[in-house]
Ligand binder design. Structure first.
Ligand code: GLN
Length: 192
């Protein structure tokens, strides 16, 4: 199975390693043409403003939307979750989201870099807790009616899924736990 990881900025290498370890054929995506033939795309964590700027420069917005409309699954982690949302709360004019997942996301919802933290999360369908690494994490403020909440931390939604779209506000690629990557390959890709 061929999947891509958007490799413009941020923690893309770790996602590539994790997905390859599960047997996927993984392409670091640096140009929109490389989206051709991908079953899924991971948009990594990093700095959403920087990733958005590079996405605009290289012309990624319309191709990602078009490929998703044609069936490509998308998983956004942290900055990627911000970028795939329908709306960014209090966004600056230059922060354009892809508008794939029916959700409102707020950047830096827990404060500054020093307010980064880790927490054990109960994820729907997972027996054991999943260690969530939150680095200047966003929060998912609200989701539309078709969106399933997969995990919360306190009052906050930290993982959500709608068919072949998934958003996590933490960094599963930094914990060595393959369960969310496997879930993406086995359950999110190919879902309607
Ligand atoms: N705070 C970052 C942003 O707004 C996201 C941080 C991350 O991806 N770890 O883009």
């Amino acid at each position: 199975m061929r999947v891509g990881v958007l490799a413009l900025q941020g923690a893309f290498r770790e996602h590539i390693t994790d997905l390859e370890a599960l047997g996927a054929s993984v392409l670091p995506v640096r140009l929109p043409e490389q989206l051709d033939g991908l079953r899924g795309l991971v948009i990594p964590g990093g700095e959403s403003t920087a990733i958005a700027k590079l996405m605009r420069t290289y012309g990624f917005y319309e191709p990602i939307r078009a490929k998703h409309a044609g069936g490509m699954a998308v998983w956004g982690t942290c900055a990627g979750a911000i970028l795939m949302a329908a709306e960014i709360a209090d966004a600056r004019a230059d922060q354009e989201p892809l508008g794939l997942l029916d959700a409102v996301v707020r950047r830096n919802a827990y404060g500054r870099q020093k307010d980064s933290f880790e927490a054990d999360l109960q994820i729907a369908g997972f027996k054991e807790p999943f260690r969530g690494v939150f680095i200047r994490a966003p929060r998912i403020e609200s989701v539309g009616p078709g969106v399933e909440v997969l995990a919360t931390h306190g009052e906050r939604i930290v993982a959500a899924r709608d068919g072949n779209l998934m958003a996590t506000t933490f960094h599963p690629e930094l914990t060595g736990d393959p369960r969310l990557h496997r879930f993406f390959l086995d359950r999110v890709i190919g879902a309607k």
